[in-house]
Design a protein around this ligand. Structure first.
Ligand code: HEM
Length: 395
């Protein structure tokens, strides 16, 4: 084990967020155990070449807001080999703002609200089929389909290729073997590049046209930059929504009184969305040290990596009273960091909130009382975006 000299032995603990068994069984319990073990908010894992891990709310926020020290040029551990960039997330302030502004208007609340009718219709089309049965796998039959459909329409990707694209998306998002994943990623980038070229000469009312005709500080965007925007939107906007809705729906399946509340008062859906994002967060983003720095009394060195898991931040009792309780009227719930905070806060948050609220509303309106199938247990996945691979429901 290669532990740098400046790391004290009491802060060293073996932890690999990509494979940790505890995260695959009970992610919240596992992260709370780490919070208790390292109340100072920080430890060092020698796994994956070595990296720091924050274990509470204050440490999370201090890292993501300090972009001069904690750069987002690397956002995963282990780091990517530089095969592709993700814009704007891989760009640090102050440059970041000019790249983010290309998409800002497109993801504004007003712009997103225009999609509501269409998303509601697509959700209902999926429920039409599911409601004919008396059981389903919510992940495969709903959660993995709705965000892909919304994404393809928003980007302007050919909707007649939905099934093909869905299959690629699922491989790209869930496959861990790079030999299978990378060729599929290449197909996705290939399709997006085809459409970027087409929209260069004939723009349409879609996001790909906005991106390819954008200017960065008065100069035309390059094809490499346009691809980097498209790839980030794909990676940021699909897997996250799939998992958020699966965790939220699982909570509903196990709390019949909440299903009834949503059926009778669909207007409480936004509160349900916010509390379920806080209670069941699932993202472990990373940063790289841009310089030597003393953090929480501990020296860190330039080039070292750090991850800031959301679960111990959102379940930190110093930040949220009775953090394990699910409270629709929780005070200060908007302080949760499920969409991150600071300059890289999630640009797709308004869209995600709409997709989630409409899902909970329409599902509860259309479906009879439902529960989790007691004969199965959902398979969980660890990694930078932790997920749920299946959710068997019965009614
Ligand atoms: C529940 C669903 C979602 C969650 C939990 C989520 C979470 C996050 C988080 C944690 C970040 C910060 C990444 C970092 O700083 O390293 C982020 C950034 C981002 N997200 Fe989301 N996201 C969701 C949905 C979406 C959707 C639907 C889109 C768009 C289609 C989207 C687009 C983006 C973009 C463009 C950024 C980069 C912002 C920047 O760097 O300025 N996200 N998201």
């Amino acid at each position: 084990m290669n532990i740098p000299e400046h790391v004290p032995s009491e802060l060293v603990y073996q932890f690999d967020h990509n494979t940790d068994e505890g995260l695959l069984i009970a992610p919240e319990a596992r992260f709370l155990e780490l919070l208790k073990k390292f109340p100072g908010g920080l430890f060092y894992s020698p796994c994956l070449g070595g990296f720091w891990v924050t274990t509470n709310y204050d440490a999370y926020v201090a890292v993501v807001r300090n972009t001069e020290v904690f750069s987002s040029k690397q956002i995963t551990v282990p780091p990517t080999d530089g095969a592709y960039r993700l814009i704007p997330v891989n760009i640090d302030p102050p440059e970041h703002a000019k790249y983010r502004s290309v998409l800002a208007k497109q993801f504004s609340p007003g712009h997103m609200r225009k999609l509501e009718g269409d998303i509601r219709m697509q959700a209902n089309q999926l429920i039409d089929e599911i409601a004919k049965k008396n059981s389903c796998d919510f992940v495969a039959e709903f959660a993995e389909i709705l965000p892909v459909t919304v994404f393809m329409k928003m980007m302007g990707l050919p909707i007649e290729r939905l099934n093909e694209f869905r299959e690629w998306a699922m491989i790209a998002l869930t496959e861990t073997d790079p030999a299978v994943r990378m060729p599929t990623m290449m197909k996705i980038i290939g399709l997006m590049t085809e459409i970027l070229h087409a929209r260069q000469t004939s723009p349409e009312d879609d996001l790909i046209s906005v991106i390819i005709h954008a200017e960065i500080e008065g100069r035309p965007i390059t094809m490499e930059e346009a691809q980097a925007y498209c790839l980030l939107l794909f990676l940021a906007g699909l897997d996250t929504v799939v998992n958020a809705m699966s965790f939220g729906l699982r909570h509903l399946a196990n709390h019949k009184e909440l299903q009834q509340q949503l059926r009778e008062n669909p207007e409480i859906a936004p509160d349900f969305v916010e509390e379920s994002l806080r209670r069941y967060s699932f993202v472990n983003i990373g940063r790289v040290l841009a310089c030597d720095y003393e953090f929480n009394g501990q020296l860190m060195k330039k080039g070292e990596l750090i991850i800031v898991p959301q679960i111990p931040a959102n379940l930190d009792e110093k930040a949220f009273e009775n953090p394990l309780d699910f409270e629709l009227d929780r005070k200060g719930s908007s302080r949760h960091v499920a969409f991150n905070t600071g300059p890289h806060n999630c640009l797709g948050a308004h869209l995600a909130r709409i997709e989630l609220a409409l899902t909970y509303q329409e599902w509860c309106k259309r479906m009879p009382e439902f529960g989790e199938d007691p004969s199965t247990t959902p398979v969980l996945a660890a990694g930078p975006v932790m997920g749920m691979r299946n959710l068997q429901l019965v009614w």
